[in-house]
Design a protein around this ligand. Structure first.
Ligand code: HEM
Ligand SMILES: *[C@@H]1O[C@H](CO)[C@@H](O)[C@H](O)[C@H]1NC(C)=O
Ligand SMILES: *[C@@H]1O[C@H](CO)[C@@H](O)[C@H](O)[C@H]1NC(C)=O
Length: 214
């Protein structure tokens, strides 16, 4: 297929990809927090994207904590990351802006109805890199339990700290009407999936960076 070869050739020429075509992410160093993240830009309407960023310790233990960042234009009512690339049976980290307060809520569900609070994963919002301003809201948070979790029955899913992981997001234009982590959230307008390369997201000074930004 000449079309595909053409695209790959163009991408290589532009230097879009350094590690083949497995992942949909780029690597960024965030000057504000000091973390190196791999970043996916998720289009939620034509011409606008939410940035989902992941940073991991390097080297990483089997069950590793990670830091994620969500940078969302004000038009985003709520957005969530599904760490197992599905609406069901995995931790969902959902963020929104309640006035000037950024909120993160961890939810889970086994059916496709409003996910309920889930305490099998915990998030700690980092002070630096978390804000609401006139154009965006942004959260930076450490998660324990996002990289390793049970799915159904006794099945455990471990994300690969040194490879590509399938993730999903959902977006709604409707803002939850409170800063409570248990706030009602309405159904999404858009969802999608991508391959997120964690191998370029390693941070040798992970613990120190978490401390510095807390
Ligand atoms: C009130 C809240 C929610 C409701 C009522 C809801 C409902 C639904 C329904 C009915 C579907 C099936 C759509 C179809 O087949 O066309 C679906 C799919 C999906 N939802 Fe939700 N949802 C909610 C929240 C969320 C959240 C918070 C996330 C992730 C952070 C999410 C992620 C997804 C994904 C990725 C799919 C695609 C199917 C799959 O991968 O499981 N949803 N949702
Ligand atoms: C990935 O593998 C390389 C080589 O084995 C290692 O040096 C690096 O620390 C690993 N990265 C993570 C995030 O574990
Ligand atoms: C508002 O926040 C966004 C996301 O953090 C940032 O990129 C932008 O520079 C901020 N705008 C101002 C005026 O500080």
């Amino acid at each position: 297929m000449r079309w595909n070869i053409g695209l790959a050739y163009l991408a290589a020429l532009l230097g879009c990809v350094s590690e083949g075509f497995a992942a949909d992410t780029i690597t960024v160093r965030d000057g504000e927090t000091g973390f190196t993240f791999s970043e996916y830009q998720a289009a939620f309407v034509i011409g606008q994207a939410i940035k989902f960023r992941v940073a991991v310790p390097s080297p990483a233990p089997d069950k590793f904590d990670l830091v994620f960042q969500i940078i969302a234009p004000t038009a985003v009512g709520w957005t969530g990351l599904a760490w197992g690339a599905s609406m069901v049976n995995n931790p969902l980290t959902i963020g929104w802006a309640s006035g000037s307060t950024p909120v993160i809520s961890v939810r889970r569900t086994s059916v496709r109805t409003q996910p309920q609070i889930y305490d099998g994963a915990t998030v700690q919002l980092l002070k630096t890199g978390t804000r609401v301003n006139g154009t965006h809201w942004q959260v930076t948070a450490k998660c324990s339990g996002c990289s390793s979790f049970s799915t159904t029955g006794s099945t455990t899913k471990n994300l690969n700290a040194n490879g590509s992981n399938r993730l999903a997001f959902a977006y709604s234009k409707t803002r939850p009407n409170s800063a409570s982590t248990a706030a009602m959230i309405s159904v999404h307008d858009v969802y999608n999936y991508w391959d997120h390369d964690f191998s370029t997201a390693g941070n040798p000074d992970f613990d120190q960076l978490v401390k510095n930004n807390s």
